[in-house]
Every structure is written in structure tokens, then in C-alpha cells.
Design a protein around this ligand. Structure first.
Ligand SMILES: Cc1ncc(COP(=O)(O)O)c(C=O)c1O
Length: 475
């Protein structure tokens, strides 16, 4: 590939792509920008890089800067080189993905991954440090802490208090992400032949977990304000359900929030049935207007609300830091179950999590501005390229939930994969995994990836025979 072509792919904002990187040295920024091109497939496996001299000239940086950046990519196995033969993108082994569990959605590593609802990397976090002295002062010497480091639990409890949900550190359990928290809750609480109520579109990962427990999910209807209270009431009674899993603060995959009025109506129904509610708030810190959505736990009296939270979306999934805020009556059950399951979460990650909590306000604001811009950008790109798709601006989260003029988006998702862009089919988020006309597209990506990704989606839409046939059926 020519150096100028590569510079064009990197775009003019390569030095700051993915967030504010003022603290990093230039070689690292070049390396990160190239890495994004490689992992997104814009630089295809096997593609030859221009010479270091040419690349240095095209990016207006020194040759040693490029050498250092390429060395870093080599150490990560992303590029390979041989004396006299130059440098090329390391070919990847073909991984075939047939069943889209959530783990498989995040593992997609061919093409541009707009399917995984995750920050692409941790570069927006700025400097974080692991100081051995700090580590030793917050953990017991051996580093095992099954409940989670108490200083971190204190920080998490304080955040809930600020949100109007009275909490003590004893109620908090640190877990490997929100997904780990959900696995723990289901393992501790779900019985055989139990029916668990979930929303008609829900987090695909909960469906994976429920199927592992042989639990049939029962779908409760949502309208534009959230779960429909009468429907919830009826389904609880009809199924003799004890457990509801829901995302009232910022809903996945739609990005909708629930008004205080609707939440109060839901709290009345949940209290009436004395339900156990697993309230997934993994996206709650990511409203695009910066407001804090009302929390169900602050409104319920006789229902037992378990809050599940995470730093994965506001900060980075690789931290694997999530938590449970358990109501007093379920604390012993959850702690007991955890003690049979694992010996605690990573102490270094928890230390980093404390630093993130110290700057939560600042991080929320920078994420809000960045994600707001990217949401508008992707919306505009789709309106231009795919005018027959229906897109609404989400209230929060990092994805657009898009309705296609077809009864089932799955054939299109396959066509898109062939064009080298991954989006998540609505079926992944539907109990029963039946046909669904939606796709979820993550906008927490670089401008280049969004532009190129939308271009490829347009090609896929036009080439997708199943889609064309469906469109002709005047859907
Ligand atoms: C609603 C929801 N819950 C839980 C998770 C899992 O997040 P974590 O990385 O914290 O395990 C996700 C991430 O995709 C999510 O969107």
C-alpha cells in the first residue's frame, strides 16, 4: 500500500482518534492509529506497509517514531517483517462464528466490528497507574478478597447514595464485569423449571446465561416509555414468576430511558408481587444528555432489587470490573454462592477502578460529548447512505438501534459480514431468537470506521438478495 493511501485511511485526526491522547508519546499514537486500522480490517491481513521512510514523510513524523510504532505492533503480533521483504499485516486464522452468543459478538475480529457495544480501547482513560505500595495498602497481602476491595466497595456505595439509593459497602460485591454479576445472580437465585421475565428486546448475554440454566425467558412488552406495567402484572401472575431481569435506566439494545412516572408504576407492580428484580445498569452512566436516570431500587419497598453495574461501557471492558448492590435480604445468598464460585476479582483492576471512580464526573462528561458527536455522525451517515432505514437518536448508550424495511435483518447481517462489517442482528436480543427487523450498530468508533463501515453496509444492503426480495414485499 502507498504511504499516501495509508495516510488517507488514517485520516487527519489520527493523532487524537479514540479520545484525548495528549499524555502519550508520538510513536505510541502512531502505533494505536495503525492498530485500529488493522483490527478493523481497513488494513487487510497480508497488506504490505509502505517503507518506514515513506510513512514518516506521509505522516510528517520522524523515522525513529515510525520504527518504534512498528516495533510495538510487531510485539503485539499485528504486523510481521523479514529482512529485505518489508513489513505486512499478520494474516489471521479464520474463525467461523455460527451462533452469535454475546462472547462471540465481542470476539469478531475480521472486518469492522460495529456489533460489539464496547469502547474500542482504553485510550480515552488517560494515565492510570498501578503502584505496588498502593496495591499492598488496599488488599490483604495475598491479594484475595472475595467481596472486593473495601475502598472500592465504599466508592461504589457512595455513588448509589448520590443517586438516592441508600447503600453500604457491605451491600456491594465486586464481580468480573456486569456479565459475571448476572451469572452470579442467576446461579444463586434461579431454580429448575423457573420462568424469568425479560424485556421483549433485551441484553443478548442474559439470554445466553438463561439458556445455560435451561430457563425459559418470558418476554414482557415494551412501548416507547419502557416496560408496559399491565403486561408485566399479567405475565408475573400467569407464569408464577419470581424473578424479573430489566434495564430501566438505559436499556440495551434500544438506548431508551424510563421516565420516573413509568418507573413508579412498574415499582408498584413489582412491590405488589414481592418480586426479585435484577436491574442491569451497565449503561446507566452513559445518558447523552448527562442526566442520571431514576433508579428503581430507590422506588421499591417490598420488591428486592439487585442492582448490577459495570465500568465496561464508561471506561473499558478489559478491566472486567462490575458489581452487585444487593438488598440486605439477599446478601447472604449471593455472598455464599460467590464463595463457591471464585476467590475474588483482580486486585490491580480494582485499584484502577478506584482511580476511575475518582474522576467519574470528568469521564462521564468527556464520554457524553464524544458519544453524542459519534451518534449524530452515524445517524447522518445512515440517513445519507441508507435513507429507507429508520433511526431514532438514543437517550443513552453507545449504539444505534435501527429498524430495516425487512421482516428479518439476519440475511442482511450475513451480507454485511461478507462486505467486512459486523453489526448485531436484532434476533440476538430477542427471547427465542426469532426473526427481527432491527440491527444494533455501535458508534463508539473512529470516524474512519463509521464512514467506511456505513459504506460497506450500503454495499451489503444493495447486494443482499434476501433483503431486496423482502423490500419488494412492501413491508
Ligand atoms: C446491558 C448489558 N449488561 C451487561 C453487559 C456486560 O458487560 P460487562 O463487560 O461489564 O460484563 C453488557 C455489555 O455488553 C450490556 O450491554
Amino acid at each position: 500500500m502507498e504511504a499516501n493511501e495509508l495516510a488517507r485511511l488514517l485520516g487527519p485526526d489520527w493523532a487524537s482518534a479514540g479520545g484525548d491522547r495528549r499524555g502519550e508519546n508520538l510513536a505510541r499514537r502512531v502505533g494505536l492509529a495503525l492498530r485500529t486500522l488493522i483490527t478493523s480490517g481497513l488494513l487487510a491481513p497480508g497488506a504490505r506497509l509502505p517503507s518506514e521512510r515513506q510513512l514518516a514523510a506521509a505522516l510528517s513524523v520522524s523515522r525513529p517514531t515510525i520504527t518504534a510504532a512498528i516495533d510495538e505492533l510487531k510485539s503485539q503480533g499485528l504486523v510481521s517483517s523479514r529482512q529485505g521483504s518489508g513489513t505486512w499485516v499478520t494474516p489471521r486464522e479464520h474463525v467461523s462464528i455460527t451462533v452469535p452468543t454475546m462472547a462471540e459478538v465481542v470476539l469478531i475480529d475480521r472486518g469492522i466490528n460495529l456489533a460489539a457495544a464496547t469502547p474500542p480501547d482504553p485510550s480515552h482513560l488517560g494515565p492510570l497507574t498501578i503502584d505496588l505500595g498502593d496495591l499492598m495498602s488496599v488488599t490483604p497481602g495475598h491479594g484475595y478478597d472475595p467481596l472486593g476491595i473495601s475502598t472500592l466497595r465504599t466508592r461504589i456505595a457512595a455513588r448509589y447514595k448520590l443517586l438516592g439509593v441508600s447503600s453500604t459497602p457491605e451491600q456491594i460485591l465486586v464481580t468480573p464485569g456486569a456479565h459475571g454479576a448476572l451469572a452470579l445472580c442467576l446461579g444463586a437465585l434461579v431454580g429448575t423449571n423457573e420462568r424469568v421475565i425479560v424485556e421483549s428486546h433485551t441484553y443478548g448475554g442474559i439470554l445466553d446465561l438463561l439458556s445455560k440454566h435451561n430457563v425459559v425467558p418470558v418476554a414482557v412488552r415494551r412501548d416507547q416509555h419502557g416496560i408496559v406495567p399491565d403486561d408485566l402484572d399479567r405475565l408475573i401472575t400467569r407464569n408464577r414468576a419470581r424473578i424479573v431481569y430489566m434495564m430501566p435506566s438505559v436499556h440495551a439494545p434500544t438506548g431508551a430511558t424510563t421516565s420516573l412516572l413509568r418507573l413508579s408504576e412498574l415499582a408498584t407492580v413489582l412491590d405488589h408481587h414481592e418480586m426479585v428484580v435484577i436491574c442491569d445498569e451497565a449503561l446507566a452512566e452513559l445518558t447523552l444528555d448527562g442526566t442520571d436516570p431514576p433508579r428503581l431500587a430507590g422506588l421499591c419497598n417490598t420488591a428486592s432489587v439487585i442492582d448490577v453495574g459495570s465500568l465496561s461501557k464508561i471506561a473499558w471492558g478489559g478491566l472486567r470490573i462490575g458489581w452487585i448492590r444487593s438488598p440486605d435480604e439477599l446478601r447472604t445468598t449471593l455472598v455464599h454462592h460467590r464463595s463457591h464460585l471464585e476467590l475474588g476479582s483482580s486486585a490491580p483492576s480494582q485499584l484502577l477502578a478506584m482511580q476511575i471512580f475518582d474522576r467519574l464526573g470528568e469521564l462521564r462528561e468527556s464520554r457524553r460529548v464524544f458519544l453524542g458527536e459519534k451518534a449524530s455522525m452515524l445517524q447522518a451517515l445512515i440517513a445519507q447512505t441508507l435513507p429507507d432505514w429508520t433511526v431514532h437518536r438514543p437517550a443513552g448508550g453507545l449504539c444505534l438501534w435501527v429498524r430495516l424495511p425487512t421482516p428479518d435483518a439476519r440475511p442482511f447481517v450475513l451480507a454485511a459480514a461478507q462486505q467486512g462489517v459486523a453489526v448485531m442482528a436484532g434476533s440476538t436480543a430477542t427471547p427465542g431468537h426469532g426473526p427481527d427487523p432491527h440491527v444494533r450498530i455501535c458508534f463508539d468508533r473512529t470516524t474512519n470506521e463509521l464512514e467506511e463501515g456505513t459504506k460497506r453496509l450500503g454495499l451489503a444492503w444493495r447486494s443482499d438478495e434476501a433483503g431486496s426480495r423482502a423490500r419488494m414485499k412492501s413491508w
